[in-house]
Design a binder for this molecule. Structure first.
Ligand code: PLP
Length: 395
């Protein structure tokens, strides 16, 4: 056996031993409140399809209509000949939604975060990040060559301390999630913006879980906090969550967007996403405008879930968003709970290290506008029962 073979085998065995081995589900249905997994229908509480748009007929229709005219593949990168008028229209709509001069599409949120951080930052700069920021932000910061500094989660005093003690003479960028993906809580953006202004730092917000679900008209966390492009010069959000499609964008000034077009390697050296996908996202933005009941229904379901779970003394983490994690602790316990729930017909993801810090494994429960009140009630009952059983047996 070569060194690589044994290295891989050991690594995989170690993951199994630590209850950290991950497996994929093969869905046999569209995304929705009910999904088919290996022929079984399960109630789904783990997607990021917050508004229930991923399988909406208006999106499928827009996608297939556009595919008939523009084909499937974009055929090239944006800078060669893959940039279509649909991409352009979508960029203008996203800029307008977020109240920024321009927006630029990326093929994924991961690519967008790497692209913007590696383009903006240089060696000698500082990138200051919340400890619980999404992996793509931490990776982008690391790859940028800037000095990476982290601060305690959602703690303006900790950020103030970092800003007061510069370790370099370069530029400084403060980066946070708008809504934290594994915790569901919101960043205190207003306080951060004031600190950044005071210390002459720029601020970047990743609003993957805020866009479409918070703020006026679904404009996101930054708009909800009343912050403009001067307060938050770099705004990034994804299209594969509340908007129900795929891809991501960065919004900001003319100069920021042009600098990304000219310099972001994740933008330049990759094939443009299908134009028809842009048409589907445009259809999702139309629904955001015309079907505000989705937002209202989701808020009502969140309140119903929290009330129900607290009535059963379930260890909910503090969150008022569609991400409602239940703190379990050990990875083995989280996994066992998730398995029990799945046997009872509920799909709830166990989130384990390294996605979350050691000792904070959790069930990450997500609610969507496509769920019904009865489904939420059934989930609360199932969780309470599974939790009580685990407490009783100690496993
Ligand atoms: C999902 C997510 C991303 C990555 O977006 P993709 O389009 O899935 O690559 C980035 N940041 C946060 C906070 C996310 O939740």
């Amino acid at each position: 056996m070569t060194g690589f073979s044994s290295r891989l085998r050991e690594r995989l065995q170690q993951r199994r031993d630590n209850h950290l081995y991950r497996q994929r589900l093969d869905l046999g249905s569209a995304q929705g409140p009910e999904v088919t997994v290996m022929g079984r229908r399960l109630l789904n509480f783990c997607s990021n399809d917050y508004l229930g748009l991923a399988a909406h007929p208006a999106l499928s229709e827009a996608l297939s209509t556009a595919a008939r005219r523009y084909g499937v593949g974009s055929g090239a990168s944006h800078l060669v000949c893959g940039h279509s008028e649909l991409h352009d229209e979508l960029e203008r709509r996203l800029a307008s939604l977020t109240g920024r001069p321009r927006a630029l599409l990326f093929s994924s949120g991961y690519a967008a975060n790497l692209g913007v951080l590696t383009t903006l930052l240089e060696r000698g700069d500082e990138v200051i990040q919340d400890r619980l920021n999404h992996a793509s932000l931490l990776d982008g910061g690391m790859f940028s060559g800037a000095r990476l500094r982290r601060f305690t989660h959602n703690d303006p005093a900790a950020l103030a301390e970092r800003l007061a003690t510069a370790t370099s003479t370069g530029e400084r960028l403060v980066v946070v999630d708008g809504v934290f993906s594994m915790d569901g809580d919101r960043a205190p953006l207003g306080e951060y913006a004031a600190l950044c202004r005071e210390h002459g730092a720029w601020m970047m917000v990743d609003d993957a879980h805020g866009l479409g679900v918070t703020g006026p008209g679904g404009a996101g966390s930054v708009a909800a906090a009343g912050l403009d492009v001067d307060d938050v010069p770099v705004l990034m959000a994804t299209l594969g969550k509340a908007l129900g499609t795929s891809g991501a964008f960065v919004a900001g000034t003319e100069d920021l967007i042009e600098a990304l077009i000219q310099g972001a390697r994740n933008y330049i050296y990759t094939t443009a996403t299908p134009p028809a996908l842009a048409a589907a996202t445009l259809a999702a933005l139309d629904l955001l405008d015309t079907e505000s009941w989705r937002h209202d229904h989701l808020q009502a379901l969140i309140a119903r879930f929290v009330t129900g779970a607290l009535a059963h003394d379930l260890p909910l983490m503090p969150s008022d968003t569609a991400i409602q994690p239940l703190l379990v602790g050990g990875a083995d316990r989280a996994l066992a709970l998730s398995k029990t729930l799945q046997d009872k017909g509920f799909l709830v993801g166990a989130i384990r290290p390294p996605t979350v810090p050691a000792g904070t494994a959790r069930l990450r429960i997500t609610l969507t506008a496509a769920h019904t009140e009865a489904q939420i009630d059934a989930l609360v009952e199932a969780l309470a029962k599974a939790w009580a059983e685990q407490e009783a047996t100690g496993v």
